[in-house]
Design a protein around this ligand. Structure first.
Ligand code: GDP
Length: 310
């Protein structure tokens, strides 16, 4: 773990072996390496700056314990701060409300919103079955009756895509009524969920290519009507710097409660996780690690921290 950063810091600290406390100059030299590592992991620049500013006073004057090198000491301080900034511990979905509990899925088109809706629906309907208990603490400890509905009337194939995923995962979807508008679908979904005794209703909203006002208003109106317990912002881990603008725009407009980071199975080093968390203040709750509907995992801040630091 941390081979990349260890090597960088090793070079910086080679000449400093055996000193008592870390000086300002030592720390700044080390933090320059940390800064590069974070940028290479695609953490957004303002977030990198914030991180370095926060960690600097913690590192300056820190006593180097005899058993470790100054480099290892800095890595520990940096890693601890990174884990803390990522939320510290696993954050569960909060589904504690009178059923049907609504989960609203929002995000850019292509971010993995529909796939993530089906993954969450599948997991909730399966409960702990076939899954290591430590993987999904509270969120998925009981089986729930889940209904999914697509509110994406802009892309003709979107509603059908969710229906197909529903069939594959064994999760019912709201029957499609041609030409019905998003708010009307929301109303019908809520009524159906209530009438038929569903525990959870997952609403998959229209994707957008960029943040535009008309679609933002649409999703805000849906949110006002559906009163979601969870509003999950779905973001692609590969988007790096762009993720920040997207997260900020959605979070300014909606009460985002958590983030689902997708494509964590790809090459991305996970910097988007830190950027998203820092910009919204909301926890990353789940990560997508593949295209299949069981490729969903809880977000472990410590695991992503080591991936970011490399
Ligand atoms: P939406 O437009 O936001 O609803 O995006 P989709 O759910 O249709 O996903 C877009 C593409 O990304 C599809 O081909 C998905 O299979 C793929 N995808 C979604 N999540 C993941 C993930 O976690 N890992 C990988 N490798 N692919 C994903």
């Amino acid at each position: 773990m941390f081979e990349g950063l260890s090597k960088r810091l090793g070079d910086v600290f080679d000449k400093l072996r055996g000193r008592g406390a870390l000086s300002e100059a030592d720390v700044d030299a080390a933090l320059r390496e940390v800064r590069t590592a974070l940028l290479e992991a695609d953490v957004a620049l303002p977030v990198v700056r914030q991180f370095v500013d926060e960690v600097r006073p913690k590192a300056i004057g820190a006593d180097v314990i005899r058993s470790v090198t100054p480099g290892q000491m800095v890595i520990k301080i940096v890693n601890d701060h990174l884990v803390e900034m990522l939320g510290g511990t696993v954050a569960d979905l909060d589904l504690g409300a009178i059923p049907p509990v609504v989960i609203l899925m929002v995000g850019l088109q292509g971010s993995g919103k529909t796939t993530s809706s089906a993954k969450i629906a599948y997991r909730l309907s399966q409960g702990p079955q076939g899954m290591a208990a430590e993987m999904f603490g509270g969120t998925f400890s009981t089986r729930r009756k889940v209904l999914m509905a697509s509110l994406d009337t802009r892309r003709p194939a979107a509603q059908h895509q969710l229906k197909v995923l529903g069939e594959q995962t064994g999760v019912p979807t709201l029957p499609i009524v041609p030409l019905e508008m998003p708010l009307a679908i929301t109303r019908r979904a809520l009524e159906t969920a209530k009438r038929e005794g569903f525990d959870v209703l997952i609403l998959d909203t229209a994707g957008r290519l960029s943040i535009d006002e008309e679609l933002m208003k649409e999703v805000a109106d849906i949110s006002d009507l559906a009163k979601p317990k969870e509003t999950l912002l779905v973001a692609d881990a590969m988007t790096g710097q762009d993720a920040v603008n997207v997260a900020k725009a959605f979070n300014d407009r909606l009460a985002v409660t958590g983030i689902v980071l997708t494509r964590v199975d790809g090459d991305a080093r996970g910097g988007a996780a830190l950027s998203m968390r820092a910009v919204t203040g909301r926890p990353v709750k789940l990560i997508g690690v593949g295209e299949k509907f069981d490729a969903l995992e809880p977000f472990h801040p410590d695991r992503i921290a080591s991936r970011i630091l490399g």
